[in-house]
Design a protein around this ligand. Structure first.
Ligand code: HEM
Length: 643
């Protein structure tokens, strides 16, 4: 009866709604409940005015909370069949398995290695326009770096390496065994380092479903389970464990060990560089330190138990640093500072949670420690669109600026430059040979003092236009690839919506002319040259780089919406961050370890007590280390108004 009344009310309101709501949203709103329609109206009205980033923090959080709810309802699509079977008892698996199975009690395979990427919107089949416009033309005219643009003091090379470290935890597509080739058209061939290149297609697998007929598979476990250091299956895990006191292998000089082919022994080493190996080594040390602390506290614990507990703790430390340290630097506004802390601690805050434990639901008490995991009715996975918005290779510079750590730090703890090493000498196998000569401390401090590249047009490193790609085992392939061109092709091949449809699908007002996207006259000219006037043709990657940024955001708003949804989901859907985030599962000591670690700085201080004190002036290890620490603001966080 109630629903009938609501339905009639909605049909009465529809003509009014249509007059007010952008026409591209009429269809989706027609499917919404009346409450969601009302919530959408709030968000849409604020979007029309373009003011959410300027709202006082508490109102900004309200806006983001509503948006997140709408996306949880309308932007989580399952790919593949959901198995129906007997549920397992979580008590039998109080630890993270090697391949990510047995996390979701209702679906033992969810989030495991080799499962489907999910979707945030319906696929857009582009078979007839895989090369329209030509990916090498797009890469040459709109992406290729002209002059290096950096992020000022906001985001450093540790931050860039960190996100790659996370990618190595979460996502990588399974490929076919047959190659295809892309060739540079004459109009840009002279500017393309590779006149043509070969690569392996993404493997498409039938789903057995009607609406999304094929899908792609993730070779990494999408859970936030530290698989970049532990691997995504038993075989890899076996290679990195010592089987003594729960510990992982590490060299005497605190770096990763290597096999007979020179490949680093770590969870995931494909297409990597020494910035990532340094972080992998740091978190192996963290894992081993947790093992030591647990063994001291609980001498009866055996190798396997120590390993399991230490993995839980280390994965949670990584997730926490990402949530309340890394993301806060990426999206540097008071609203996001409050939002990210609320994801971990809840609106009631850390002090309250430390004293009284998790109280209330996700909003008051935070996602972490919720009584039950919540996947919003869709089995956990990361999504195709998530992969696309994480295409952030423009964060990478052309050189690593190696600092001289033997000289005394100058003003703001700055350090003289020792050498500029081309990035292509620091990737893959070559990089692994170079790292022991540089050493852990020089590498970390140098990355700390160097700004990352900005996610803008014309800032994609040229050295990635002729780069050795590796296979899944980390061995070099024979064929070099033009990475920006390949990325444009990948999104099309994987049926990811182009920029404007992507925006529509996440309820952001689409653009109708290039001027809606950017104020840059030259960009508009080149967009016209490549895509004509058809804004629907704009590739997602190009749109994300070209979009006017919200002040303080290092990424586009379009990318941010996918983050908002999936950063929440990575915590909320995982039983080890919710129902099993407790002393019983982590041990009292382990639980305390997570609860008292707040930042990457804390981890660095634990293992290298002299490092941040001597060389880091900034408040976060992810902003450039010679920047001033943030000045105290006497206004309570929730009441602040963005400038
Ligand atoms: C020196 C550093 C890096 C190198 C050499 C490198 C190289 C590569 C290569 C060769 C691919 C495979 C492309 C394909 O076949 O489709 C790839 C994929 C990718 N990279 Fe990087 N990359 C680096 C850093 C980064 C960074 C900093 C990010 C930032 C988030 C990133 C994000 C990604 C993503 C999201 C993919 C797609 C994964 C997938 O298809 O599932 N990479 N990278």
């Amino acid at each position: 009866m109630f629903s009938l009344v609501m339905k009639s009310l909605k049909s009465l309101l529809t003509p009014l709604l249509h007059r007010y709501i952008h026409e591209d949203f009429h269809a989706v709103v027609a499917k919404m409940t009346i409450i969601d329609t009302f919530l959408f109206l709030i968000v849409h009205s604020i979007d029309k005015l373009g003011i959410w980033p300027k709202l006082p923090v508490f109102l900004g959080l309200f806006y983001l909370g509503i948006r997140r709810h709408l996306h949880q309802e309308y932007n989580l699509l399952n790919v593949g069949k959901t198995p129906t079977g007997v549920r397992f008892n979580p008590v039998d698996y109080p630890y993270r398995t090697a391949d990510g199975t047995f996390n979701d009690p209702f679906n033992e395979g969810a989030g495991s290695q080799g499962t489907f990427f999910g979707r945030n919107m319906l696929p857009v089949i582009q078979t007839d326009k895989l090369k329209k416009p030509d990916p090498m033309v797009v890469a040459t005219k709109l992406l290729a770096r002209r002059k290096f643009k950096d992020t000022g003091k906001q985001f450093n090379m540790i931050a860039a390496s960190w996100i790659q470290f996370m990618i190595h935890d979460w996502i990588d597509h399974l490929e076919e065994t047959n190659q295809i080739e892309l060739a540079a058209p004459r109009e840009v061939a002279s500017e393309c380092p590779l006149k043509s290149f070969k690569f392996y297609k993404t493997k498409q697998v039938p789903t057995g479903f009607y609406d999304i007929k094929t899908g792609t598979l993730n070779t990494r476990t999408p859970w936030w389970d530290g698989s970049a250091i532990y691997g995504s299956n038993e075989e890899r895990l076996h290679k990195v464990r010592t089987y003594k006191d729960g510990k992982l292998k590490i060299s005497e000089d605190d770096l990763l060990l290597h096999d007979q082919d020179g490949i680093a022994l770590s969870g995931d080493v494909r297409n990597s560089w020494i910035g990532v190996s340094t972080l992998q080594a740091l978190f192996v040390k963290e894992h081993n330190a947790v093992c030591d602390a647990l063994k001291k506290e609980y001498p009866d614990l055996k190798d396997e138990e120590l390993y399991r507990h230490a993995r839980l703790v280390t994965a949670a430390v990584i997730a926490k640093i990402h949530t309340i340290d890394w993301t806060v630097e990426l999206l540097k506004t008071d609203t996001l500072l409050a939002g990210m802390r609320a994801n971990w601690y809840g609106l009631l805050g850390k002090k309250f949670k430390d004293t009284f434990g998790h109280v209330g639901g996700a909003i008051l008490g935070g996602l972490v420690g919720l009584k039950k995991p919540d996947n919003h009715g869709v089995p956990y996975s990361l999504t195709e669109e998530f992969v696309s918005v994480y295409r952030m290779h423009s964060l990478l510079p052309d050189h690593l600026a190696l600092r001289d750590i033997s000289s005394e730090p100058g003003p703001n703890k700055s350090l003289p430059l020792k050498e500029e090493i081309p990035m292509q000498n620091l990737i893959g196998l070559k990089g692994e040979e170079a790292l022991p000569k540089i050493g852990f401390t020089s590498q970390m401090v140098s990355m700390g003092h160097q700004a990352s590249g900005a996610l803008e047009l014309w800032n994609y490193p040229l050295w990635l236009r002729d780069v050795i790609a590796q296979d899944i085992t980390g061995h070099d392939r024979l064929d070099h690839v033009d990475l920006p061109a390949l990325e444009v092709y990948r999104d099309r091949e994987r049926n990811v919506a182009r920029y404007n449809e992507f925006r529509r699908s996440i309820l952001l007002i689409p653009i109708s002319k290039w001027e809606d996207l950017t104020d840059d006259k030259e960009a508009i000219e080149v967009l016209n040259e490549v895509y004509g006037e058809d804004v629907e043709e704009l590739d997602l990657l190009v749109g994300l780089m070209a979009e006017k940024k919200i002040k303080g955001f290092a990424i586009s708003e379009t990318a941010f919406i996918i983050f908002l949804l999936l950063a929440t989901r990575r915590l909320e859907a995982d039983r080890f961050f919710t129902s099993n985030f407790n002393e019983e599962t982590y041990t009292k000591k382990g639980f305390e370890w997570v609860n008292t670690t707040e930042s990457l700085k804390d981890v660095l201080d634990r293992h290298y007590p002299e490092m941040t004190n001597k060389w880091m002036n900034s408040a976060s290890a992810f902003s450039v280390w010679d920047s001033p620490p943030v000045a105290d603001n006497p206004i309570p966080l929730y009441l602040r108004i963005p400038q």
